[in-house]
Design a binder for this molecule. Structure first.
Ligand code: SF4
Length: 370
């Protein structure tokens, strides 16, 4: 692997030395994205040596779309009082879980529901306790991977309790783990521009830190390609790496680019330049994230935003996991993403095999299921 521009960084990677933020800046400027992929694959194989790619049988459930936060990059929410706002009746949630069980079977904690919604002023902690405990009682085999830091901060706030108490109560009711949604870019400067009502960086980190301390695993995400600079992307990665050093509670990292359709941000040319991130930007970003986040074991492809083909290619750029079958998607599809209804389990397995890997099923903790 010859390139004088990054020889010193290549050496660090081969000798398992941590790369710096300056190194990451130089990698973003490096013209040879294929070389970044080869390096990222070296790190991936240290953590996942076999020619296997994991996937999860899961389904998304968006229990409510009512949200007062009105983030400018979001096309999913409806403000309180809107005719188009909904909160799913419990029976409808059960029906969705029944459909998941029909696909994923009864493997204990082998299938996950990823249940997320908006910040709905009518739903306090007792609503969620009842929701999680009723699902746990009815479907003890289902892993509840639910909410986001943003939702949890608001639930604690309107229920007048500390974050720690709120997370503890949700966990005791049946919450098994928390997705990394709501991270966007962990820079308050960026958050001021794209969603100023949203939680601050230290608050997002606090939820994950407390969850980890309470033995709840979480994932980390990044939504890039809007108003942030490359420095701010790296700042984001640094926040995640630092917290992972502290707690070790992140199971995986997932990145995707801003999906602009029908969003307020896309309509405001003063803030967004209208240039949608490309597939190369995704591959470069995920490869550099793999090199920088040397303390996170799993990297998940975002087939839903990048499409099946780029997701397949990302397996050569540090990614070891194809994500979830999802079964439905309402958030990025509201913002114009068109890859959301095309992935059956068989298709996912075919894509993994065709890329040269054996597809293996995992649970939400990224443990391989037999
Ligand atoms: S991204 Fe989340 S918090 Fe922001 S408006 Fe959409 S649903 Fe609400």
């Amino acid at each position: 692997m010859e390139n004088n521009m990054i020889d010193d960084i290549v050496e660090k990677i081969y000798s398992e030395e941590r790369i710096s933020t300056d190194d990451a800046m130089r990698l973003f400027a490096h013209p040879n994205v294929t070389e970044l992929g080869l390096l990222a694959d070296v790190v991936r194989r240290r953590k996942w040596p076999k020619d296997q790619v994991t996937y999860n049988i899961g389904r998304n459930i968006n229990y409510t779309n009512v949200c007062w936060v009105r983030c400018d990059f979001c096309a999913f929410y409806r403000p309180p009082g809107s005719d188009e706002g909904y909160t799913l009746p419990r029976e409808q949630i059960y029906e969705k879980i029944d459909e998941l069980i029909a696909v994923g079977g009864d493997v204990p904690k082998g299938s996950e529901i990823l249940m997320q919604g908006g910040l709905n002023p009518k739903l306090r902690v007792d609503y969620y306790e009842d929701l999680f405990s009723s699902i746990r009682n009815r479907y003890p085999q289902i892993h509840q991977h639910c909410l986001s830091a943003t939702e949890i901060i608001y639930i604690a706030h309107i229920s007048r309790m500390s974050l720690e108490k709120c997370i503890r109560r949700l966990r005791d009711a049946g919450l098994d783990s928390i997705p990394g949604a709501g991270a966007e870019i962990l820079s308050d400067e960026v958050r001021d521009i794209i969603g100023f009502r949203k939680d601050r960086v230290h608050e997002w980190l606090a939820v994950h830190r407390i969850a980890h301390e309470l033995d709840l695993h979480t994932s980390a995400t990044m939504m890039y390609g809007h108003v942030e600079t490359i420095e701010q992307r790296i700042e984001h990665l640094e926040h995640i790496r630092n917290l992972q050093d502290e707690t070790g509670g992140f199971t995986a990292f997932i990145a995707w680019n801003f999906q602009p359709d029908y969003t307020a941000l896309a309509d405001d040319q003063g803030r967004w330049n209208g240039i949608k991130a490309t597939g190369f930007d995704y591959l470069r970003t995920i490869a550099i994230a793999r090199l920088f986040l040397d303390n996170i074991k799993s990297f998940q492809a975002s087939w839903v935003t990048q499409g099946a083909k780029v997701a397949q290619v990302s397996l050569k750029y540090g990614v070891n996991d194809f994500g979830s079958t999802m079964m439905e998607e309402n958030v990025v599809s509201a913002a114009g993403t068109s890859h959301t209804d095309t992935m059956t389990l068989q298709e996912m397995q075919r894509l993994i095999r065709d890329a040269g890997y054996e597809p293996v099923r995992r649970n939400t903790r990224y443990e391989i299921l037999n």
